[in-house]
Structures are given as structure tokens and as C-alpha cells.
Design a protein around this ligand. Structure first.
Ligand code: H2U
Length: 363
């Protein structure tokens, strides 16, 4: 157990003006950057040269490890060599870590960071993988989630795709950050869903949203759905082609999905991601991630107000290169968008081909 040192260890600082916390991770300054290795017209898609040298590949030796990666055939999970969170930091005796300081509040941030490689091949992205490949990714998400959920309050699975979204490595992968606290987004959703649940006699906010979207609005913003899942551009979407992917049944957490729901998830993810890539004939950059009921000691609380959902936040607005910047008014006042969520949903819905544009070229 290490003694807490603000200059070396991750901690959260409170912004009393915004009622928000910021995670500070000074230990992460040495992280390598492999994002913009080669400019191409492909929105940051991968290239063959990566295969031999990429530290995420089977058999590669990562800079921080002496052991080579295993020659994995499906997915591969490892502890991030440059974690934003550390697990074994002792309680802070000297710093302002008490909730009674209104201005200089901070707490030690404990957690773990993992990387999940989706596939041995650096040239593949999820939409071009087989359903079997994708099912391995989903099973790995669930395994890692289950393992970390026993200890941590929040397990954030997220994928940054494309260097436009800050992805530091083109090999298909995602990250998992598990924390002993609820980050801002989780804290707010925990409260808003609970408030709705109380106000509406035990109705779940997102399940009511689905019902009204289907019945009252005739699926106006629904992009695709299958027996178990739907993809919708939320009424309140901020990013131009932002979507939310959610199960039709009341599901609290990723680990609660049945086998059939996992199969349906793989199918709908592939369909959605092909639509995204086919929209501008580019490997569509995005950040995506899963939100579900809190875990760790918080799973002892009643979390039935929660509904599992994934969010896709892609920045592109008009072409493979024209992206929406969240600057100016967005930074200083509030989010703004030009195309309506209804327009975005229709554009994605109308892309009916289930063949990826790159595979069309080959047929
Ligand atoms: P992103 O592409 O979303 O940045 O994720 C890649 C992660 O992989 C990043 O967090 C980690 C980086 O720290 N990584 C390692 O742990 N070891 C390496 O050798 C390269 C990259």
C-alpha cells in the first residue's frame, strides 16, 4: 500500500461551481502515443504495417513488460501499462479530503484500468468482424465487468475509435476503468433515474422512453431494432449521429444479459456499425461506452430504477473529415446541434445495406 501523494497518485478534485469532479492522474504522463502513425483518407482506419510492431498484437512485447503478449485467437485482456487509476493507495491523511471543505475538496481515486483487444488482426474493426468474433468481445466485456463489479462501484467500459477521438492505437480494442467512486455521468444518471422512478410509481425512465418512442412517436427516432434490442437517436442527442443502444427488457447490468440477448446484441451492434461506416464511406470515429446500475458496495442498494444502455458519440457531421467541434458556445454555455435527431435517425435508418462499404468494393 502506497501513501497518497498528490503529485504522483490519482485523485478527484471537486468543482463547487459546477458540482462536478475531475480525475487527476499525474502518474500517466509517460503514456505513449500511436494514434496518428500514418495519414490516410480512411478516418484513421488501420493499415498492415501496424501488424508486426503494434504492442497490442499477439506475440508483441509491450514497452513496459518483458513478456510477449500471448498468441491470442479471439480477445486478450491486460492491465493498462499506463493506468489513470491505481488500486493500492492508502487513505490521505494530509490532504483536504474531507467533505466539509466547500472549496478545496479532494478524495483519493482508487481503481484499475484494463485494455481489451477485440481481435488478433489490427486491420479489423468491429463492423467487419464475424458475429462469432463479436460474441467473443461481448463475453469478454461481461467477464471483465463481473470480475471488477465485485469490488468497484463503477465499471466503465469504453471504446475510442479513430485518432479523431483520441484513440492512441489503431488495433481494435477498448478500455475498462473501474473506480471506487461514481464518476459524474454515473452519479447524475443514478439520481435522475431514481427521481423518475419515484415520481412515476416505479416506472423505469428508459423503459417508458422506449414505450413512448414506439407507440406515441411511431419509432420516429428508432434506427433499428430486433427481438431484444433497439438503437435510437435520443430525443436529446447532442452529437450529430449520437445513438443509444438498449435492451427492450428491464436489465440493470451487462452481466444480467441472457445468451439470446447477447446474440441479439452482437447482431444489432454489427448492423449499427456498418450503417455508421457506410454513412460517409469511412471508418466512423466515435467514443462508445456502457452505463448500467452501480456495482461494488452500491449493488446492495435497490437499483431497479436503472436500465442498461450503451452510448455512441460520433463527432462527424457532414463527411469523413468534417466534424462537430464542441467549443465556444458548447464549452461556455450549452450543447448545440444543427441537424435534428429525427433527421439523423432517418439518415441512418435509410442506409439499408448490411454490407460494409469496404466489402462491397471486393465483391
Ligand atoms: P486508447 O487507444 O483508447 O488510448 O487505448 C489504448 C490504451 O492502451 C491506452 O490507455 C494502453 C494505453 O495506455 N497501452 C498499454 O497499456 N500498453 C502499451 O504498450 C500500449 C498502449
Amino acid at each position: 500500500m502506497m501513501n497518497f501523494d498528490r503529485t504522483k497518485h490519482s485523485h478527484c478534485r471537486y468543482n463547487p461551481l459546477k458540482d462536478e469532479w475531475v480525475l487527476v492522474s499525474p502518474q500517466r504522463l509517460s503514456r505513449p502515443w500511436q494514434g496518428r502513425v500514418e495519414e490516410d483518407d480512411d478516418g484513421g482506419d488501420t493499415n498492415n504495417n501496424q501488424q508486426s510492431t503494434n504492442p497490442l498484437c499477439p506475440g508483441a512485447i509491450r514497452r513496459e513488460t518483458s513478456q510477449p503478449n500471448p498468441f491470442y485467437e479471439h480477445t486478450f485482456v491486460f492491465d493498462n501499462d499506463y493506468p489513470a487509476l491505481l488500486s493500492d493507495i492508502a487513505a490521505d491523511e494530509n490532504e483536504k479530503n474531507k467533505n466539509d471543505d466547500d472549496l478545496f475538496q479532494c478524495h483519493v481515486a482508487r481503481g484499475v484500468c484494463k485494455v481489451i483487444c477485440f481481435h488478433p488482426n489490427s486491420n479489423l474493426t468491429l463492423p467487419r468482424m464475424t458475429l462469432d468474433d463479436i460474441s467473443h468481445v461481448i463475453k469478454t466485456w461481461i467477464d471483465v465487468y463481473q470480475d471488477l463489479a465485485s469490488k468497484y462501484q463503477w465499471v466503465q467500459i469504453f471504446e475510442n475509435r479513430g485518432d479523431m477521438m483520441g484513440c492512441s492505437n489503431p488495433h481494435p480494442h477498448c478500455q475498462v476503468w473501474a473506480t471506487d467512486f461514481l464518476p459524474n455521468e454515473a452519479r447524475i444518471k443514478h439520481r435522475t433515474q431514481k427521481d423518475y422512478f419515484t415520481k412515476h410509481n416505479g416506472n423505469v425512465l428508459l423503459l417508458d422512453y422506449i414505450k413512448r418512442e414506439f407507440n406515441e412517436f411511431k419509432k420516429e427516432r428508432v434506427v433499428i431494432d430486433n427481438e431484444h434490442w433497439l438503437v435510437v437517436v435520443p430525443y436529446w442527442a447532442v452529437w450529430p449521429y449520437e445513438t443509444m443502444l438498449l435492451p427492450k427488457r428491464h436489465v440493470l447490468r451487462l452481466s444480467d444479459l441472457t445468451d439470446d440477448e447477447q446474440t441479439g446484441l452482437g447482431q444489432i451492434m454489427k448492423q449499427l456499425l456498418i450503417k455508421y461506416d457506410n454513412l460517409f464511406n469511412t471508418s466512423f470515429p466515435y467514443s462508445m461506452g456502457w452505463h448500467g446500475a452501480p456495482t461494488g458496495d452500491l449493488s446492495n442498494e435497490d437499483c431497479s430504477h436503472w436500465q442498461l444502455h450503451a452510448l455512441y458519440y460520433p463527432p462527424l457531421v457532414r463527411s469523413a473529415t468534417i466534424k462537430k467541434f464542441m467549443v465556444g458556445y458548447e464549452m461556455l454555455a450549452q450543447a448545440q446541434r444543427d441537424i435534428t435527431p429525427e433527421y439523423a435517425a432517418e439518415a441512418l435508418r435509410n442506409l439499408s445495406s448490411e454490407i460494409h462499404y469496404k466489402d462491397k468494393k471486393n465483391t
